[in-house]
Design a protein around this ligand. Structure first.
Ligand code: MYR
Length: 185
């Protein structure tokens, strides 16, 4: 007789994770739709999504650090790679590529070819100014602030606006030292 409880790693578990990403995408779509109804102006919706993402990011970093066993990154370049390869995989089920570094290593782009958040999405003409995935830029900003990095995160390319990929530009504005800030006299 076949076992009633499947082992971890069996197809059923892979499918459950897949369904969760779909459920997340559909739920996110319902939230965006409600914000559009409530706030009316797409600029306000963009700001609200970013703020919601920030609030999620400042909490999600704990789960990320606990589950990933990633330890302190040596520099911003390593941090960007960790976000693209471990963070996106953990929370969105996809990986991204880090490109377009500036000369001093303080700005880069995270490029997503595949973004499950938009799997069921088509923007009507009235929403052309919407940054539908703005929650993600907020999540990154919030999570990075919790590990002492003040950043500015902006969308450069967006498939819902006709681009071939999603591209997030991440600029490191300030790295706050974690040293003890008071003198012992
Ligand atoms: C450190 O130097 O302490 C490690 C920093 C790692 C930061 C990783 C932030 C991950 C945020 C995940 C975002 C996922 C978006 C879907």
């Amino acid at each position: 007789m076949a076992p009633v409880v499947p082992r971890s790693g069996d197809t059923i578990f892979a499918n459950i994770e897949h369904v969760n990403v779909e459920l997340f995408s559909l739920t996110y779509g319902a939230i965006v739709r409600q914000l559009i109804t409530d706030l009316e102006e797409v600029d306000d919706v963009n700001k609200q999504l970013d703020q919601m993402g920030y609030n999620i990011g400042v909490r999600l970093i704990d789960e990320f650090l606990a589950k990933s066993s990633v330890s302190t990154c040596t520099d911003f370049k390593e941090t960007a790679e960790v976000i693209a390869k471990v963070g996106f995989k953990m929370f969105l089920g996809v990986t991204a590529n880090v490109v377009n570094w500036n000369a001093d290593g303080t700005s880069c782009s995270i490029v997503l070819d595949d973004n499950p958040l938009v799997d069921f999405v088509e923007l009507p003409d009235t929403c052309q100014g919407l940054y539908y995935c703005n929650i993600l830029s907020g999540v990154l900003r919030g999570a990075l602030e919790m590990v002492s990095m003040k950043t500015e995160v902006t969308w450069v390319r967006d498939m819902l606006r006709g681009d071939d990929v999603f591209e997030l530009q991440v600029k490191l504005l300030k790295q706050v030292s974690e040293e003890y800030p008071y003198k012992d006299d």
